[in-house]
Design a binder for this molecule. Structure first.
Ligand SMILES: [Zn+2]
Length: 475
């Protein structure tokens, strides 16, 4: 550095030091006018619906590490290019490959009946021919945590937690506590196998799969979910007082590792191309359905919003990046890989939001931004007002797959969707395109286009604020 530059740098430094401590982030009036146009145009745009219709029709289910993992990525990369994004690339993500081959369960006694069952992700298989044992019922995961080894050993553990539908989906946490931690605990207590009432709010005879987890080198048991009507059937027999004998036969398990990728498309900024507004969804899905609401819709919403912004006469000041994450379902593995790959550029990741709660309308916006950016969030709220979005608390946004970057300091928004029916369908064979209402999907596109564009045009950044609650696990 030459002396004159040094002097200038010192002067600049002094200016910064002498300035008021908090520069307020503001959004210019012309940006708000453009955002209003984007919001109106989103209502009749077809890019997002065409995206999720195409993905679910031409690829279908996208189980991480399965035959459609690569096909799904190729499809999305090609569609990002067709949508006119300036840059499309992939970043590798490696994960264990879990394979589902066959699954069967039936009650052997006191009244023989077949059951609709789905193995949980990461579950090992049973020995050939299956396992047979007496069922021991626990009303929830807490009850299993309080159980003695003697009550469980040699039996098949069943958790009967009954999940209820709520707009914000808050009953999913208690429902998945048993799914995530129940099998490992049952194994530790000497159980033969583990089944649970589906973590879902429907009465269809379709089980909800989902991930479970075993600590490294800990004992494992085969684990599966029963559909809710089958759970009712099992519970009626248990209530009858006679021992209930279950036969569970699962052919599934971990088969090595697999390298997939996050697929990324970018509308590159005109003034600050290296500063990023991150939006996205996860590309993987469970295998019984076609991954329409979980989470083809989320990738489609983000892609539709970025596409809409790309059709403006001028590129936004900052870049809008759409990330289609790999393997969220087994524990946000793609999100963690994205954070690891970009942690050194954290100051350039201005704001992030993932859509991963189906295709219902956005009804609330929560945030995790610095206090100096709250005025800009108020401006974004004004632009979202006509969409019927209300303001939630600051400090409570989780960011989904962007949560790992959020923990490293990136500011986050959560655009909370109406999830009243989401848990009727997710992780089941009923996760199909017909569950998506094109108008509701476009309300999401409008909300993402509005906030992403305004954040890209904002003068100042969104910093970060402490997370008030620990990151929520949504899968
Ligand atoms: Zn999801």
């Amino acid at each position: 550095m030459k002396p004159r530059q040094l002097a200038a740098a010192i002067a600049f430094g002094l200016t910064v030091c002498a300035a008021p401590a908090a520069e307020l982030t503001r959004i210019p009036a012309d940006a708000l006018a453009t955002a209003a146009q984007l919001r109106e145009r989103a209502a009749n745009d077809t890019a997002a619906y065409d995206f999720v219709a195409g993905l679910t029709t031409e690829v279908g289910q996208r189980l991480a590490g399965g035959a459609n993992d690569q096909r799904g990525r190729d499809w999305v990369a090609a569609r990002f290019k067709a949508l006119g994004f300036d840059k499309v690339w992939t970043e590798p993500v490696t994960y264990p490959r879990w394979v589902r081959r066959a699954e069967h369960a039936d009650i052997a006694a006191p009244f023989a009946q077949p059951l609709a069952v789905s193995a949980l992700g990461n579950s090992p298989g049973t020995p050939k021919g299956g396992v047979r044992g007496e069922v021991v019922l626990f009303k929830d995961f807490k009850a299993l945590q309080a159980a003695s080894e003697a009550s469980v050993k040699g039996r098949i553990v069943y958790i009967a937690y009954h999940m209820h539908a709520e707009r914000d989906g808050h009953d999913y946490g208690p429902a998945t506590a048993g799914r995530t931690g129940g099998p490992a605990l049952a194994a530790k207590l000497g159980a033969l196998a583990f089944v649970l009432r589906s973590a879902g709010s429907d009465s269809d005879r379709l089980p909800h799969t989902g991930v479970t987890a075993f600590p490294p080198k800990a004992p494992q048991v085969p684990a599966a979910a029963l559909s809710n009507p089958d759970a009712d059937l099992l519970e009626r027999m248990i209530a009858g007082g006679k021992p209930v004998m279950l036969h569970l036969d699962l052919d599934c398990g971990i088969d090595g590792t697999f390298t997939g990728a996050n697929v990324i498309g970018q509308v590159t900024g005109s003034e600050h191309p290296d500063e990023i507004i991150d939006i996205g969804g996860h590309l993987d899905s469970w295998d019984p359905g076609t991954g329409a609401i979980d989470d083809g819709a989320g990738v489609a919403i983000a892609a539709g919003a970025a596409h809409l912004i790309s059709t403006l006469p001028q590129r936004p000041k900052r870049s809008i990046r759409v990330v289609a994450f790999a393997n969220e379902e087994a524990g946000m593995i793609g999100g963690k890989a994205y954070a690891a790959a970009h942690k050194d550029e954290i100051a350039k990741h201005i704001l992030g939001a993932e859509s991963d709660f189906g295709a219902g309308r956005v009804w609330r916006l929560t945030s995790k931004v610095k206090p100096e950016a709250l005025g800009a969030i108020d401006q974004i709220m004004q632009a979202l007002g006509p969409l019927g979005v209300e303001r939630g608390a600051n400090g409570t946004a989780h960011g989904g797959d962007f949560g790992a970057l959020g923990e490293a300091g990136m500011a986050l928004l959560d655009l909370n969707q109406d999830g009243t029916r989401y848990f009727d369908w997710h992780h089941t064979a009923n996760d199909t395109l017909d569950k998506i209402d094109a108008k509701d999907l476009n309300q999401n596109v409008a909300a993402y286009a509005v906030f992403a564009y305004l954040a890209a045009q904002a003068e100042g950044d969104f910093g970060s604020a402490p997370v008030a609650t620990p990151p929520k696990k949504t899968e």
